[in-house]
Design a protein around this ligand. Structure first.
Ligand code: A3P
Length: 288
């Protein structure tokens, strides 16, 4: 079944959300001027985007500096393609931090000069599918598919907003040489948050002292973020999340797919995954 046009439109082979962006704006991003100091978080949805936004926000703004207490991370690390807050990206002071779900072939051309930085975060696709399933029931700008089996087929076929997880990860991974890119996984962030923050700092050339580092780590834990109005996306509630009672920060664990997928669904997933990703096994390994 094709996705409803009320919720997605396809442009240049990728599904976007009509509530958030127009084809003309996406086209204009090709010429978007990149500064060497720009940093981009790139993810497929439900892979730890907001978490990474918060970490970058903490590293640049709060781990070592006061005075920006009440600014939400969506203003500090805004979406490149979804400029719903009409921010002036062109005159934004450096270093500019951005977030995007774009596939490798739709990002600004200049990002390929390998000077600006890209942090790509990937998550076990089975957990992504389950998280996405729940989020589509929550968000009014996503099509709700109440039956997980149907959702799973849509997900595997890439017939959801941001298209196929497999194509997204595959594209960024196989074109990694064209970008100045750090690959991280949700799972390594979860297992060793401090190690992941240090890795990010090293990539960014940022030096935090022990106290600053501890502040970043402490404020980036799931429990802390869940109660932090700057980081928990609860402000989305009024316009994007009014459908249900859930929270953007839902469970924040590794392996929740085991609570949702049947053995048959998991095997179906494995077959599609293994076929499509067989030559990439050394880049990403998950307990799937
Ligand atoms: P779950 O739905 O499995 O709980 P994104 O920001 O890319 O949309 O990803 C959302 C997922 O990341 C949600 O997963 C959310 O709970 C999880 N997440 C957000 N912050 C987190 C944190 N600090 N630690 C662990 N998981 C986090």
């Amino acid at each position: 079944m094709e996705p409803s046009e009320e919720f997605v439109f396809k442009h240049k082979g990728f599904y976007f959300q009509p509530d958030l962006v127009t084809p003309e704006y996406i086209d204009s991003l090709e010429d978007f001027e990149i500064r060497d100091s720009d940093v981009f978080i790139v993810t497929y949805p439900k892979s730890g985007t907001v978490w990474t936004q918060n970490i970058l926000s903490l590293i640049y703004h709060e781990g070592h500096r006061d005075g920006t207490e009440n600014m939400e991370i969506k203003y500090r690390v805004p979406w490149l393609e979804y400029n719903i807050n009409n921010m002036d990206y062109v005159h934004r002071p450096s270093p500019r931090l951005f977030t995007t779900h774009l596939p490798y072939y739709l990002v600004p051309r200049d990002l390929r000069n390998r000077r600006a930085k890209v942090i790509y975060v990937a998550r076990n696709p089975k957990d992504v599918a389950v998280s996405y399933f729940h989020f589509s029931k929550l968000s009014v700008i996503l099509e709700t598919i109440p039956d997980f089996n149907i959702f799973l087929e849509r997900f595997l076929a890439g017939k959801v907003a941001s298209s196929s997880w497999l194509d997204h990860v595959r594209g960024w991974s196989t074109h990694r040489e064209e970008f100045n890119i750090l690959f991280l996984t949700y799972e390594e962030m979860k297992k060793d948050l401090k190690g992941a923050v240090l890795k990010i700092c090293k990539f960014l050339g940022k030096q935090l002292n022990e106290k600053e580092l501890d502040t970043v780590v402490e404020n980036a834990t799931f429990d802390k973020m869940k109660t932090d109005p700057r980081a928990n996306y609860d402000s989305m509630k009024s316009n994007l999340q009014e459908r249900g009672k859930g929270h953007f920060l839902r469970k924040g664990i590794i392996g929740d797919w085991k609570n949702t997928m049947t053995v048959a669904q998991s095997e179906r997933f494995d077959n599609v995954f293994k076929e499509k990703m067989k030559d990439l096994s050394s880049t990403f390994s998950w307990d799937i």
